[in-house]
Design a protein around this ligand. Structure first.
Ligand code: ADP
Ligand code: NI
Length: 217
């Protein structure tokens, strides 16, 4: 199979596997991450085929999708899929290394060895930022039954699992916990530029949000 056909087949594989997902890792997240990964790869001179393939498959072994403890089985399935679709052993190993680093608990914080890994990790993190990131955060919060905002709670950078269960987090708090920290975690120069823009957009959003809350605007 040529590379184009492999990418197309990977799109269909991801769509099928994610069709029943309700954890925020839907097909359109994959679509956006793949588009960003391709763009960053062009700008950074990374291998676009590897970046697109890893982006398309990056969530298929995620514990949130397939359950904690099932990541290894998820990885094995992707490996078989890649070999069956004529991806070379070298490329398969590279893609699996990237997906593995992104899938396991805490994997999102682990350092990526290759440029292509850095690109895909950046693309995934960018999807939590900007207008799309804000939308995902409020959607996630609503699905979990959290409030959008509670001005009696001071912004907190670290919430425990117990505090989450007790409803002490809000969509707005997620900005302090995660979103506003992401720009400093970008690997590549081009992603840093995109993250800086999206970061500013979120800061502006928060300023407007608080002003509206108090009837000031
Ligand atoms: P990923 O695996 O893509 O890093 P997560 O599963 O952590 O993402 O989150 C999916 C989306 O939901 C992201 O946009 C993230 O910012 C948002 N999200 C995650 N945890 C929370 C939370 N506690 N409150 C609000 N939004 C959240
Ligand atoms: Ni993702």
């Amino acid at each position: 199979m040529d590379k184009r056909a492999i990418i197309e087949a990977a799109e269909n594989f991801a769509k099928e596997e994610l069709a029943t997902d309700s954890s925020g890792h839907d097909w359109w997240h994959i679509y956006r991450v793949t588009k960003s990964a391709e763009k960053i790869a062009q700008m950074e001179g990374a291998n676009e085929f590897i970046c697109a393939l890893a982006a398309l498959l990056h969530d298929l072994a995620d514990e949130k999708l397939i359950g904690t403890g099932n990541e290894a089985a998820g990885i094995a399935k992707i490996k078989q899929w890649l070999l069956h679709h004529g991806v070379t052993v070298d490329d398969m190993e590279h893609v699996i290394e990237i997906i593995g680093a992104m899938s396991f608990k805490g994997g999102n914080r682990s350092a990526m060895r290759t440029l292509e890994g850095k690109v895909v990790q950046d693309a995934d993190r960018l999807d939590a930022l900007g207008a799309v990131g804000i939308a995902r955060t409020f959607a996630y919060s609503g699905a979990k039954g959290q409030l959008s905002h509670d001005p009696t709670l001071a912004p907190r950078e670290n919430m425990t699992a117990e505090e989450y269960r007790m409803g002490k987090s809000t969509a707005i708090n997620h900005f302090y916990e995660k979103l506003l920290k992401l720009k400093d975690l970008m690997n590549t120069d081009y992603a840093k530029e995109l993250a800086a823009e999206r970061h500013q957009f979120m800061v502006g959003f928060l300023t407007q949000f608080y002003a509206e809350w108090e009837g000031e605007k």
